[in-house]
Design a protein around this ligand. Structure first.
Ligand code: AMP
Length: 171
């Protein structure tokens, strides 16, 4: 068993019936767990200069900012519509029912920036693939999509075909 696994709490039927929610709150509460997880995430990253770490609202912010500090890179938040105050670009993506939209500031990525994308969970891959599109529209070069865990039974990896996808834990 990977040592990070002990800090991930399974919550059945949250936020709705039939979903097994992977709760990282116990990990966030444990300083040693946070250090270990950060080191494991860093260990997934090849020796390439990263200019920006892009983290998804909101659980991608926790380790996204820590990774950015360790990599001496900038941090870029991707947010739900209407949250970012400056000019934005947006991408919509399909959910099981309906669509969702994500936004990024237009000056968040510079042409040619090497980008690491980070989130806590890769599920169906809709979120991460929308973020890849936002980054590429601004000229970013995606080095890796980096997650604490990926839920292989949801096949998110298929939506990230062609990208370098790495996770500490796989379920
Ligand atoms: P997806 O777009 O389906 O890959 O969903 C990814 C986003 O939803 C991530 O930001 C996750 O934080 C969250 N998410 C989806 N499924 C789960 C789950 N089973 N447990 C925890 N978070 C999840």
């Amino acid at each position: 068993m990977n040592k990070i696994e002990q800090y991930i709490r399974d919550i059945n039927n949250f936020p709705k019936e039939g979903i097994l929610f992977k709760d990282i709150a116990p990990l966030l509460q444990n300083p040693q767990g946070m250090k270990d997880c950060l080191n494991e995430l860093l260990g997934l990253i090849d020796d390439v200069k990263i200019d920006k770490v892009v983290g998804m609202e909101s659980r991608g912010f926790f380790f996204g900012t820590l990774l950015a500090q360790k990599l001496n890179a900038g941090f870029v938040p991707v947010r739900k519509p209407g949250k970012l105050p400056y000019k934005t670009i947006e991408e919509s993506y399909s959910l099981e029912y309906g669509t969702d939209t994500l936004e990024m500031h237009i000056d968040a990525i510079s042409e040619g920036d090497n980008v690491l994308i980070h989130d806590d969970v890769l599920a169906t891959g809709g979120t991460a693939s929308a973020v890849c599109k936002l980054v590429e529209r601004l000229g970013g070069n995606i080095i890796q999509c980096n997650f604490i865990m990926q839920l292989n039974f949801l096949n998110g990896i298929e939506k990230l075909n062609g990208y370098n996808v790495k996770s500490v834990l796989e379920y």
